[in-house]
Write a protein that binds this ligand. Structure first.
Ligand code: ZN
Length: 370
């Protein structure tokens, strides 16, 4: 059986990284399209673009809140390169003037997904600069595709991972504390899902057997989050950027990102995707909040009683939802049946479910989570 492992070429993390480490991006090119939104631009984007010039990179913002439609039109018309050259104020037809282009994704999930899509369309490198640790999407070559109203559509796979992931822990520290907690929930699901894939000899998101490396990373992710996450949140509340905080940032972004992509996904994310993909049931909660409940649902369906208690206690202490009600869900029996059928059918979307898990196990788990 083939096993494989995918990752970015370079990961950098630390306080002030957006000021001191931008030179690392120079190897990707000298013209950067910075995909972001107006809020993040005002917060960090403007000064980042000005700092890029110091290391010899000309940057220009692309706002997902106002320019996404134009981007889609240019994609359809096949005129994307010329349009990007226009944005950057350079001539697209002269290689010398245009320089070497790359894309920077700056912000949260939406900006990062558009940045990855844009880089693929332009066939250039992408650097990811997340401004929160609310999910583990930064390092992966997977984008989650939602429609205009936020309903989950599918996973989209790119040929390569982002070339560079650059994390300024001072910027993550400034983001709302609840985003860090949501990222912890996403990170806690990583090991539980990777283990389900591993134990059944199933495939990861790359479509091969997971490596021992991936399982080791997922185990480390769990260990760090159990050891440090409560302390990290306390430190964040007290305004202290500590070792525990840095460790949780790395666990949420790097360990969890490499762990889920290479270890594989299972019931926790299947629950998220099926629930949020159903217009009648979807809840206005974040990825991490829904995954927190999905994670407990998985442990319940796997009948891992002691572990269920451990994860429940931790998620509860972190102020994350630990029941269907906490997500704002009151499900009729026929809705539960629909969800269970949807979850069982989700295998073809890339989520592995334990071979011995039955519809009855899932129904019992939903009952427990009520
Ligand atoms: Zn996730």
């Amino acid at each position: 059986m083939i096993r494989s492992f995918a990752s970015p070429q370079l990961y950098i993390q630390g306080p002030g990284a957006f000021d001191t480490q931008l030179g690392q991006l120079r190897r990707l090119g000298n013209q950067a399209l910075v995909v972001t939104d107006q809020y993040v631009y005002d917060l960090v984007g403007k000064s980042l673009i000005s700092n890029l010039t110091v290391v010899g990179i000309h940057g220009c913002p692309f706002f997902i809140d106002s320019q996404r439609e134009t981007f889609a039109e240019q994609m359809r018309a096949g005129t994307l390169t010329a349009w990007v050259a226009d944005l950057l104020g350079v001539s697209g037809d002269k290689e010398k003037e245009f320089g070497k282009l790359f894309v920077i994704g700056l912000g949260g999930g939406g900006a990062l997904d558009v940045a990855k899509t844009l880089a693929r369309a332009l066939q250039v490198n992408v650097a990811v600069l997340p401004t929160s640790a609310a999910t583990d999407a930064a390092t992966s070559r997977i984008s989650v595709i939602y429609d205009e109203v936020g309903v989950f559509q599918r996973y989209d796979y790119y040929e390569t991972n982002p070339a560079i992931v650059l994390v300024d822990s001072q910027v993550i520290f400034a983001a709302p504390v609840k985003m860090l907690a949501q990222g912890i929930a996403d990170g806690l699901a990583t090991y539980v899902e990777a283990r389900a894939v591993w134990e059944d000899g199933s495939s990861n998101t790359v479509g091969t057997r997971p490596t021992l490396t991936a399982l080791g990373i997922a185990e480390k992710c769990r260990a760090v989050l159990f050891a440090d996450s409560q302390q990290a949140l306390k430190d964040r509340e007290a305004g202290r950027l500590t070792t525990a905080f840095e460790a949780v940032v790395e666990a949420n972004i790097l360990l969890s990102g490499l762990g889920f992509e290479n270890g594989g996904l299972s019931l926790a994310h299947a629950f998220h995707n099926v629930l949020q993909g159903n217009p009648d049931l979807q809840v206005p909660r974040t990825h991490g909040e829904v995954v927190a409940v999905g994670l407990l649902l998985q442990l319940a369906a796997e009948k891992r009683g002691t572990e269920f208690e451990e994860y429940y206690q931790l998620l509860h202490a972190l102020n994350l939802p630990v029941s269907l009600q906490a997500l704002g869900l009151t499900l009729e029996p026929n809705q539960v049946k629909k969800l269970v059928a949807g979850i069982l059918a989700t295998k073809k979307a890339g989520n592995h479910l334990p071979a011995k898990m039955t519809a009855a196990d899932l129904l019992a788990a939903f009952k427990k989570m009520n």
